[in-house]
Ligand binder design. Structure first.
Ligand code: PMP
Length: 384
């Protein structure tokens, strides 16, 4: 079996498993308890917070643990809209649903108006249009993702953060796909909110974080026992939090090596497809690029293969890939549909991790070539 769907989720790193084992057994205290067991659990959580903050160039007080990036995006957006009484939000049509649906809900309730920034033919933010929108609506909230989970495009968040500052806007970026892959130094980057999700970088599922720049406040959305400095009630997911911090530590420690490896796997897939004999291979967004795109994501439309079931046919051969994103794999992709030069055909997303091999890429391309071969035979049969 081959797992090539690492933008959906990743395997736990063995070092993460080692780090969480004590918290699965003897260190089971509630971090809010004041006795020895509670203190041990609290130290696990606070040490994780220091680790995450240190690796991102943030202060520990700026990191808030959540159940994942969906919750962190909800908390940042709703929390900021309510705390600052924001009435105008700028976003794009290719954001993750965790952002789009949250904003649409606020729009439906009459809290905000949404402007969608124009995208170029490859799905990149048109910064001139963004500036025009900001000129007309200063003090907006901007929500633009760092890397797109379906097509892999990387957004220049440094440039956007400068624009945001110029127009006194708040800048939130969904960084779920870049945390653990791209080096961050938040002390250098004028950004107000970012989010992360451990299962995207070989940590456990159901745990993530929200970074809130210390100059900001939010309106809390989960009320309870005052955990996370009153910003997010509920007993902390100690196991998950410890795993998240270890996963980020491993990702940052081996960053250059693992990113170089996935980058080579990506370029190898692209070069193998080019000589595979499969016709009509189209790359979505910046997928082909090694600079403007995630090093591990390749989004392809196979215009000469039968639409609608390539992912299924690959699955039958034991190869796990995704059509679009895991969250929207049923139905058409809102990301592909929003691209000015949208492809008519099903898109297939291959996403690598450090655990993939070149041999697996060979097998993937051989399987695709086999599917293409049988389609050609069937077509020729139909013509006879
Ligand atoms: N944003 C992006 C860009 C994502 O890729 C994902 C996961 N598909 C999410 C948000 C949601 O993350 P989680 O699974 O932690 O809720």
């Amino acid at each position: 079996k081959i797992y090539c769907d690492n933008a959906a989720t990743t395997a736990l790193d063995p070092e993460v498993i080692d780090a969480i084992i004590p918290y699965l057994s003897e260190d089971y205290g509630n971090p809010s308890s004041t006795h020895w067991a509670g203190r041990k659990a609290k130290e696990g959580v606070e040490s994780a917070r220091r680790t995450v903050a240190g690796l991102l160039g943030a202060n520990p007080g700026e990191i808030y643990f959540t159940s994942g990036a969906t919750e962190a995006n909800n908390l940042a957006l709703t929390g900021a809209i309510k705390a600052y009484e924001i009435s105008h939000v700028i976003t794009s049509r290719i954001e993750h649903k965790a952002v789009l649906q949250t904003l649409r809900q606020h729009e439906k309730e009459g809290d905000i108006e949404i402007s969608y920034v124009r995208l170029d033919e490859r799905g990149n933010v048109d910064t001139y249009h963004l500036e025009n929108l900001l000129r007309a609506n200063p003090q907006s909230l901007i929500s633009l993702m760092h890397a797109n989970n379906e097509i892999g495009n990387i957004t220049n968040i440094e440039a956007i953060s400068k624009l945001a500052k110029r127009y006194d806007a708040i800048f939130h970026s969904d960084t779920t796909q870049t945390i653990g892959k791209v080096v961050f130094d938040l002390s250098d980057l004028e950004i107000d909110f970012i989010v992360g999700s451990a299962h995207k970088f070989h940590g456990p599922k159901g745990v993530g974080f929200l970074y809130i720049n210390k100059k900001h406040k939010i309106a809390p959305q989960i009320h309870g026992g005052g955990q996370e400095k009153g910003q997010r009630g509920g007993t902390e997911n100690v196991i998950g939090i410890v795993g998240l911090a270890r996963a980020l530590e491993v990702a940052c420690k081996n960053h250059e090596e693992s990113q170089a490896k996935v980058g080579k796997l990506k370029q190898y897939l692209i070069s193998k497809l080019a000589i595979s004999g499969i016709e009509g291979v189209c790359y979505n967004g910046e997928s082909r690029s090694s600079e403007n795109s995630l090093p591990n994501v390749v989004s392809v439309s196979f215009t000469c293969l039968p639409g609608g079931n390539i992912v299924e046919l690959l699955d039958e051969a034991g190869i796990a890939v995704s059509g679009g994103s895991a969250c929207s794999s049923l139905g058409t992709s809102h990301v592909i549909a929003a691209l000015p030069c949208q492809s008519e055909k099903e898109n297939v997303r291959f996403s690598f991790s450090k655990f993939n091999t070149f041999k697996e890429v060979d097998q993937i391309v051989e399987t695709l070539a086999g599917i293409y071969g049988s389609v050609r035979v069937a077509r020729q049969g139909a013509l006879q």
